[in-house]
Ligand binder design. Structure first.
Ligand code: NAD
Length: 285
């Protein structure tokens, strides 16, 4: 079975759109996302464009702040501080990667945790590690939605995560653990990661290596989530999993494109609405 992330993301976005409409009908302002883009990275511009379009469709106001490549770290932190103080802004997203002379860590940690819709501040990552409620990183949260759509209970399941980045591998491992899965995490220093991968009922691959995983890594009938994105010279997107080889062994698998990618944006909108509801209604998230 091929898991349709585009369809699942659309259902979530339609639901969020209805909720935004209800807030507007009851006399509240629209939720607002501030997007900060530094420099001219073409891929970042495309991602920001997708996020702005998705906001518009859901009735969320998006405000873009485009800063030149030459901006200093303190220029960007000053803008983040201004957005933190703005009561009309619910979410702040700083598009990564930032230019090399800027510390992403310093900029991300300048975002107030209640507006951290990417769930990447040390505070929100810490809350996740402690199993506390918080805004959660979008790509891992999107993977979890897809996994739960196939397997409502993860108790008794073995999950193997390939990758340990702060953005994907590590938060998803924690989320799986919080859902009672038994979790193994492998990375670039693990000898023979394929031996661990073959133990997985759920295999999540976030290695950033095109077609690293093929059928020989996958236990029969495992659920496979491919997070990787690679654009070929022909413009086509592929993942970290060799889809043609894996599809015959897995019970269900996400394609690239149309798997995890659309879920990342749906989770960004969901986080934005949660941050808004916390601000406007005093809800906790
Ligand atoms: P990263 O480079 O920060 O981390 C990659 C991780 O994989 C590292 O922890 C490394 O130890 C591990 N790794 C590398 N080679 C390995 C190997 N041979 N065996 C085992 N582990 C290995 O990348 P990231 O930010 O975590 O992103 C991973 C992939 O996901 C990339 O292709 C990225 O483009 C993609 N991505 C997709 C989305 C989306 O929305 N679909 C979002 C974020 C990232």
């Amino acid at each position: 079975m091929i898991i349709n992330g585009t369809e699942t993301a659309k259902k979530i976005k339609d639901h969020l759109k209805t909720k935004v409409h209800e807030h507007l009908k009851s006399g509240h302002r629209a939720p607002c996302l501030a997007v900060v883009l530094v420099g001219e990275d073409p891929a970042s511009k495309v991602y920001v464009g997708h996020k702005e379009k998705a906001c518009l469709e859901a009735g969320i106001t998006s405000k873009a702040y485009k800063l030149p490549e030459s901006s200093s770290e303190s220029d960007i932190i000053a803008l983040v501080a201004k957005l933190n103080a703005d009561q009309g802004v619910d979410g702040i997203l700083v598009q990564l990667p930032l230019p090399k002379h800027i510390s992403s860590e310093a900029v991300i940690d300048a975002i107030h945790p209640s507006k951290d819709v990417d769930g990447l501040t040390a505070f929100n990552q810490g809350c996740l590690s402690l199993g506390r409620k918080a805004l959660r990183p979008c790509t891992p949260a999107g993977c979890m939605e897809l996994i739960k759509s196939q397997l409502p209970s993860l108790r008794g399941k073995t999950a193997v995560v390939v990758g340990r980045s702060i953005l994907v591998g590590s938060p998803i491992a924690k989320m799986l653990l919080l859902e009672d899965a038994t979790v193994i995490q492998v990375h670039s220093k693990t000898p023979h990661p394929e031996n661990f991968a073959r133990m997985a009922d759920i295999l999540i691959v976030a290695a950033g290596k095109k077609h690293l995983v093929n059928a020989s890594w996958i236990k029969k009938d495992a659920l496979v989530i491919d997070v990787g994105i690679h654009r070929g010279s022909d413009g086509k997107l592929t993942g970290d999993v060799d889809f043609e080889s894996a599809v015959g062994v897995a019970s269900a698998i996400t394609p690239v494109p149309g798997g995890v990618g659309p879920m990342t944006i749906a989770m960004l909108l969901k986080n934005c609405l949660e941050a808004y509801e916390a601000r406007v209604y005093g809800n906790s998230f």
